[in-house]
Design a protein around this ligand. Structure first.
Ligand code: GLN
Length: 400
């Protein structure tokens, strides 16, 4: 969790900065701004191809655009019900039943949020009493660190092996009476790991033994390769009433800026999440909720094509990175390639700066995904048009 490249803060020549009393300390001082978002600003500044922040540069499906336009034309402009429009909740619950194998009552088991980002923070705020421990498998999506801090949790990081395997003994020893929750993310950002049913069963047993709640971020659930299958830990025996399953429209339908996500949980947990959500944001954008309900009516072929298109993009970037000298593996899911740059002799931050300024490609320094470490890694996204990826690969030829 490092800040990448500090912007200049010097004042114009000749005007010495006015002395300023330091502000009293704040919890906001205990973490840095998002490195991922910062890399996007730097990419724009340097005219670099942005393979840092995970968002598509291609359009979303026409069905979503017309549904959003129709909603605005029909004056769906005021607040939806705070926990989500009835239509959207019903469509999500239907899809979750068939795709994830979990049953929820749309009236009591779901909260529509401003993206999965809000869903994760609202869930942790709903679950954690300050001081309790939250297990965070490492590497992790960078938001989880600040999310844990903001909710008052003490994060306990559990590393995945170099081959992304689970070392059962170290996971067992991380769980204790102090553990309140575990944050899972499958398919995983940044590693691309798709947790198997066997691994999730092992984690579920620990949650049951230690009375732990699983908060699981499954926003890449439809972006899977090579026959990998998505399993929701909440669908495993005994987990239904101790799991908060977080989903989103951002990645599946290429609408990251719409900010519509959701948290599914049993009624007691949902009550708490809804209260927090209400005071955080009141609700997600109403016309876009209507368009997201339309998204859920897309045919099954949409999801097959989504995964097949991402598979092609995955291979273009993978080949480009390998040819340029990056050590990497093909991810099992999601849309990132997590590379090893040890060969370069540079740190992740140095290498990211070099790439953006000299090669014109932005990536995310690996240390953003570790509480301590990750300096030999760099993350690239392939959520971009083929032409964008080809241009990035051409630029990467002189990366080392
Ligand atoms: N999840 C995406 C990523 O990891 C986008 C993050 C964000 O900025 N919301 O890049």
């Amino acid at each position: 969790m490092t800040r990448v490249i500090p912007e200049s803060t010097s004042s114009p020549a000749g005007t010495p900065p006015a002395p300023k009393r330091p502000l009293p300390v704040s919890r906001a001082d205990t973490f840095t701004e998002s490195v991922i978002r910062e890399m996007t600003r730097l990419a724009l500044k340097h005219g670099a191809v942005n393979l840092a922040q995970g968002f598509p540069d291609f359009p979303c499906p026409d069905e979503l655009k017309s549904a959003a336009g129709e909603a605005i034309d029909a004056d769906v402009n005021q607040y939806a019900i705070t926990w989500g429009s009835k239509e959207l909740r019903e469509e999500i619950v239907k899809r979750v039943k068939t795709y994830n194998g979990m049953a929820f009552d749309p009236e009591t088991g779901i909260t529509v949020t401003c993206g999965s980002t809000e869903a994760m923070l609202a869930s942790l705020l709903a679950v954690i009493t300050p001081g309790e421990e939250v297990i965070v498998p490492e590497p992790f999506y960078e938001n989880y660190g600040p999310d844990a801090i903001l909710s008052g949790a003490a994060p306990r990081y559990v590393p995945l092996g170099d081959d992304l395997s689970i070392d059962e003994e170290s996971w067992k020893s991380a769980f204790s009476k102090k553990t309140k929750a575990i944050i899972l993310n499958t398919p995983n950002n940044p590693s691309g790991k798709v947790f198997s049913k066997k691994e999730l069963s092992f984690i579920a047993d620990l949650c049951l033994d230690y009375n732990v709640i699983a908060v699981t971020d499954e926003i890449y659930e439809h972006i899977l390769y090579d026959g990998h299958k998505h399993v929701s830990i909440g669908s495993l025996d005994g987990m239904q009433d101790r799991t908060i399953t977080i989903g989103s429209f951002s990645k599946t339908y290429s609408v990251t800026g719409w900010r519509v996500g959701y948290a599914l949980a049993d009624p007691d947990l949902t009550n708490r999440i809804r209260k927090i959500h209400d005071f955080l944001t009141v609700g997600a954008p109403a016309p876009l909720q209507q368009a997201c309900a339309a998204a859920l009516r897309l045919p099954a072929s949409y999801y097959r094509e989504l995964a097949a298109d991402y598979d092609k993009r995955r291979k273009i970037l993978y080949n480009g990175l390998r040819e340029a000298g990056f050590a990497c593996e093909l991810p099992e899911g999601a849309y990132y390639i997590f590379t090893d740059i040890s060969e370069s002799g540079k740190t992740d931050v140095e290498f990211a700066r070099h790439l953006i300024e000299k090669a014109g490609v932005a990536a995310v320094p690996g240390s953003s995904f570790y509480h301590d470490g990750g300096e030999t890694k760099l993350r690239f996204t392939f959520s971009k048009k083929t032409e964008t990826l080809q241009e990035a690969c051409r630029r990467l030829e002189n990366a080392f």
